[in-house]
Design a protein around this ligand. Structure first.
Ligand code: WT7
Length: 649
């Protein structure tokens, strides 16, 4: 959390997991078999010989044909499990559905209203196979893209897995984005088939999806068919030439379905994320390396064992959900909880009541949620028996030590270690993270995962200790993204600042023990409640309104959400807003992008501070919003603009 940098820098406490916990962990047992004596030796051996490490783990999975080489690394391009044949679904479903695990529960789903549905591995396979046949019958083939816009219901993982089974590439769009985002992504991916639902409920209120999808499909020439899941029971209109009910298609579909044998490097999915420009980046992940990477990290970081009940409380529409709700837990043969609703609905006890009800043993959430629960107070978790918990996780943004301690003591009863996992949409899997055997420091993501070479460097590329610098990765890893869809040059850009080095876009600090402390983004990307939002994306949404001439968007530090979106806008002369400009512009951004991108603060100004070449000086505005001194403004073309911003409250 930006405001907490000082406390992060001062944090000195160390928490050691109990010996019993360590000895029982997957990673400890794995090391024991190989005579590896401790964490340091593990990291050393793995860094020296990444091929050994990944080859051993990859052998825990099923291959249609074995690979001949673990990886080729020609920065920035990697190829993993060369010449093998693989399908992630063979490993996520088929091998369990045909084995002893067939009647084990794969997913327990709970809707906001309290409705519960669950699927065993065998039942999941039935649904996935049938839906894969529905897609095949519509002409979807290996390499085709399918665009998916569904709430957190079981049909979402079913649709994703069905695509993967037949070698199609899924592109999931978070259902909290507005349909415009779906339109953009359908057009970028050129999908013939799209999937949505009638709608869903949020805090008891119905939200329609299909109605909005109908509007945007007028601008997506590639779409031939829209499959619609009936979920919220909202009355909708169906276009008889284009629209198909999910349940009707499933009734007719057969169960038998072959799993496509894929090259491990074949794309599995595209997931769009925010970059520094207004255009989202289509991050591409592949079957083989991604599969092995997410499987291994879930096994070793979250220590999933056959009896665990795993709850990753993210949305499947983000990478956290793709990797650690859908693919990794199924590959592990785990039982997972999926919750459709808001964590504090109908009251702030919801999450804790579900942990009690389902005996959740490993729980993974974002710091913003921890801080929200901290504000509600201990009385809510105290109402429930949450003693089934044994391990906790954090992701999405730096966790401030105060929230870490609360999470550890109040939720983890001072017993559960916290895995603060640093990673990104692009990395696909955890890259900097503790393991159950690590000593923990509140607020630190600890050390790189075995084989990963991470560093903090200055502008000249020199490694630095103690101070803040660019967080970079200097090795390949199996789940690394392979390209950006339709945009290979932008992929190369991640490696263009420093030779053979991946620039993460985060600022971090490495302490004397080699522990990493992530401090936040260094580019114009905001982190609002653990979600990446580009300032440029919000700015372009604002200026697309006929009344707005110019806009600058910056993050304002916020106690709960990490950052809040703060917008400064210049209004066109003679433009008249029907109601307050704030209401109009907030609504506009909401419909252009979605509720998560809605600016909390909007201020009108006559001019924005600019350089002589006309670039908006966000640095100056940011300093003002954070209450810091503005610094050197000598390069500004219009210093009066700063004065105006300073006068605002
Ligand atoms: C950005 C990536 C990876 C899943 C969720 C977000 C921030 C992520 C941590 C952490 C500090 C973190 C970084 C990163 N971030 N995890 N444990 N500590 N910061 O995925 O949307 O691709 O965002 O989230 O700034 O670059 P994403």
């Amino acid at each position: 959390m930006p405001g907490d940098l000082d406390s992060l820098l001062k944090e000195k406490r160390i928490f050691k997991p109990s010996l019993e916990f360590v000895k029982d962990s997957n990673i400890y047992k794995w090391m024991e078999k190989r005579n590896i004596k401790d964490y340091d030796e593990l990291l050393e051996l793995a860094e020296k010989d990444p091929e050994w490490f990944w080859d051993e783990l990859a052998h825990e999975l099923e291959w249609f044909e074995p690979y001949t080489k673990t990886f080729n690394w020609n920065p920035p391009h990697a190829e993993w499990f060369v010449n093998g044949k693989f399908n992630i679904v063979q490993n996520a479903i088929d091998r369990h559905a045909h084995g002893e695990q067939k009647d084990k529960t794969a997913f327990i789903w709970e809707g906001e209203s309290g409705e519960v549905r669950s699927l065993t591995y065998k039942q999941l396979q039935m649904q996935v196979n049938k839906f894969a046949n529905v897609l095949r019958d519509l002409g979807v083939k290996k390499g085709d893209t399918v665009s998916i816009y569904l709430p957190m219901i079981l049909e979402l993982p079913i649709a994703m897995l069905a695509c993967a089974k037949i070698g199609a590439i899924h592109s999931v769009v978070f259902s909290g984005f507005w349909a415009k985002a779906f339109q953009e992504r359908i057009n970028d991916a050129d999908s013939k088939v799209a999937i949505t639902a009638d709608g869903f409920t949020r805090r008891g209120k119905q939200i329609c999806l299909k109605e909005n999808v109908d509007v945007i499909l007028e601008n997506t020439p590639s779409i031939q068919k829209l499959i619609v899941v009936e979920h919220a029971k909202i009355p909708i209109e169906m276009d008889s030439n284009r629209d198909i009910w999910w349940h009707e298609a499933m009734e007719k579909a057969v169960f038998e379905c072959t799993t496509e044998e894929m090259d491990p490097e074949d794309p599995l999915f595209i997931l769009y994320t925010s970059g520094t420009t207004g255009k989202p980046k289509g991050v591409v992940h592949v079957h083989g390396g991604y599969g092995v990477g997410v499987y291994t990290t879930l096994k070793f970081v979250f220590d999933i064992k056959p009896d665990d009940i795993w709850w990753c409380a993210a949305d499947i529409g983000w990478i956290t959900g793709h990797s650690y709700i859908v693919y990794a837990p199924l590959m592990m043969g785990a039982t997972s909880v999926i919750y459709e609703g808001t964590p504090d609905y109908p009251d702030p006890g919801r999450v804790w009541s579900m942990i009690e009800k389902y005996n959740v043993s490993v729980f993974y959430t974002a710091p913003t949620t921890v801080r929200m629960f901290m504000k509600f107070g201990e009385k809510w978790p105290e109402k429930y028996d949450i003693s089934s918990l044994r391990l906790l996780g954090s992701v999405g943004e730096p966790i401030n030590p105060e929230a870490w301690i609360w999470y550890h003591e109040v939720i983890g009863k001072s017993r559960c270690p916290i895995m603060d996992t640093w990673w990104q949409t692009e990395t696909g899997m955890h890259l900097i993270t503790p393991l159950p055997i690590s000593d923990l420091k509140p607020g630190s993501a600890v050390k790189p995962f075995p084989t990963i070479v991470a560093d903090v460097i200055d502008d000249d590329g020199n490694s630095i200790k103690g101070g803040g610098g660019h967080l970079v990765i200097k090795s390949t890893w199996p789940a690394m993204f392979r390209t950006l869809y339709n945009d290979p040059n932008r992929y190369e850009a991640y490696w263009s600042s420093f030779k053979n080095t991946y620039l993460s876009g985060d600022v971090a600090r490495k302490d004397d023990d080699g522990y990493f402390w992530i401090q936040g983004r260094e580019d114009d990307v905001l982190n609002v409640a653990g979600h990446r939002i580009s300032t440029a994306e919000v700015e372009s949404a604002l200026v697309s309104h006929p009344g707005v001439a110019e806009a600058a968007v910056v993050g304002k530090p916020d106690e709960i959400k990490g950052e809040e979106i703060s917008a400064f806008v210049v209004i066109k002369e003679n433009y008249h807003f029907e109601t307050s400009y704030e209401t109009v512009l907030r609504h506009h951004v909401r419909t252009e992008i979605g509720p998560i991108a809605t600016p909390k603060y909007i201020k009108l100004v006559g001019d924005l501070p600019k350089t002589r070449s006309g670039k908006i000086m966000r640095r100056v505005i940011k300093a003002r919003v954070k209450g810091e001194t503005v610094g050197d403004t000598s390069t500004l073309a219009n210093p009066e603009a700063v004065k105006e911003i300073e006068k605002l409250d």
